[in-house]
Design a protein around this ligand. Structure first.
Ligand code: ZN
Length: 88
Protein backbone atom coordinates (compact mmCIF):
# COMPACT_ATOMS: atom_id res chain seq x y z
CA UNK A 1 0.00 0.00 0.00
CA UNK A 2 1.42 3.29 -1.10
CA UNK A 3 0.79 6.13 1.26
CA UNK A 4 -0.18 9.14 -0.77
CA UNK A 5 0.79 12.65 0.05
CA UNK A 6 -0.29 15.94 -1.37
CA UNK A 7 2.06 16.57 -4.25
CA UNK A 8 3.03 19.78 -5.91
CA UNK A 9 3.09 19.82 -9.70
CA UNK A 10 4.21 22.55 -12.02
CA UNK A 11 1.67 23.44 -14.68
CA UNK A 12 2.87 22.66 -18.19
CA UNK A 13 1.11 25.71 -19.56
CA UNK A 14 1.69 28.58 -17.19
CA UNK A 15 4.44 27.09 -15.00
CA UNK A 16 2.50 27.79 -11.83
CA UNK A 17 2.78 25.19 -9.11
CA UNK A 18 -0.40 23.55 -7.98
CA UNK A 19 -1.19 20.89 -5.45
CA UNK A 20 -2.81 17.57 -6.21
CA UNK A 21 -4.39 16.43 -3.01
CA UNK A 22 -4.36 12.89 -1.73
CA UNK A 23 -8.06 12.51 -2.45
CA UNK A 24 -7.52 13.72 -6.02
CA UNK A 25 -4.65 11.32 -6.54
CA UNK A 26 -6.89 8.57 -5.25
CA UNK A 27 -9.57 9.64 -7.70
CA UNK A 28 -7.20 9.53 -10.65
CA UNK A 29 -5.66 6.24 -9.57
CA UNK A 30 -9.02 4.57 -9.17
CA UNK A 31 -10.06 5.59 -12.66
CA UNK A 32 -6.61 4.81 -14.04
CA UNK A 33 -6.27 8.37 -15.26
CA UNK A 34 -2.87 10.01 -15.47
CA UNK A 35 -2.34 12.74 -12.94
CA UNK A 36 -3.10 16.20 -14.30
CA UNK A 37 -0.18 18.16 -15.70
CA UNK A 38 -2.03 21.45 -15.88
CA UNK A 39 -3.28 23.66 -13.10
CA UNK A 40 -7.04 23.88 -12.57
CA UNK A 41 -7.15 27.28 -14.23
CA UNK A 42 -5.45 26.08 -17.41
CA UNK A 43 -7.54 22.93 -17.41
CA UNK A 44 -10.65 25.08 -17.33
CA UNK A 45 -9.27 27.25 -20.12
CA UNK A 46 -8.46 24.22 -22.24
CA UNK A 47 -11.89 22.78 -21.68
CA UNK A 48 -13.48 26.04 -22.75
CA UNK A 49 -11.34 26.08 -25.86
CA UNK A 50 -12.25 22.49 -26.63
CA UNK A 51 -15.95 23.23 -26.15
CA UNK A 52 -15.64 26.19 -28.49
CA UNK A 53 -13.91 24.07 -31.12
CA UNK A 54 -16.63 21.48 -30.83
CA UNK A 55 -19.22 24.19 -31.25
CA UNK A 56 -17.49 25.45 -34.39
CA UNK A 57 -17.23 21.91 -35.67
CA UNK A 58 -20.91 21.19 -35.17
CA UNK A 59 -21.83 24.53 -36.71
CA UNK A 60 -19.78 23.68 -39.79
CA UNK A 61 -21.37 20.24 -40.03
CA UNK A 62 -24.81 21.75 -39.77
CA UNK A 63 -24.06 24.27 -42.50
CA UNK A 64 -22.70 21.56 -44.78
CA UNK A 65 -25.75 19.45 -44.21
CA UNK A 66 -27.96 22.42 -44.96
CA UNK A 67 -26.04 23.08 -48.15
CA UNK A 68 -26.40 19.44 -49.18
CA UNK A 69 -30.11 19.64 -48.46
CA UNK A 70 -30.39 22.77 -50.58
CA UNK A 71 -28.66 21.02 -53.49
CA UNK A 72 -30.96 18.03 -53.15
CA UNK A 73 -33.96 20.33 -53.04
CA UNK A 74 -32.70 22.17 -56.09
CA UNK A 75 -32.22 18.92 -57.97
CA UNK A 76 -35.69 17.77 -57.03
CA UNK A 77 -37.11 21.08 -58.13
CA UNK A 78 -35.37 20.86 -61.48
CA UNK A 79 -36.50 17.27 -61.79
CA UNK A 80 -40.08 18.44 -61.36
CA UNK A 81 -39.59 21.27 -63.81
CA UNK A 82 -38.29 18.83 -66.38
CA UNK A 83 -41.33 16.66 -65.77
CA UNK A 84 -43.68 17.01 -68.77
CA UNK A 85 -46.67 17.14 -66.41
CA UNK A 86 -45.51 20.55 -65.27
CA UNK A 87 -44.67 21.67 -68.81
CA UNK A 88 -47.42 20.38 -71.04
ZN1 ZN B 1 -1.58 26.63 -15.59
Amino acid sequence: MISLKDIEVKCKDCGRAFVIRRSEQEYYRQRKFPLPTHCPLCRKKRKKLRDKEQQIQSDRLWKERKKADAITFDQELHGIHRDPIWHP
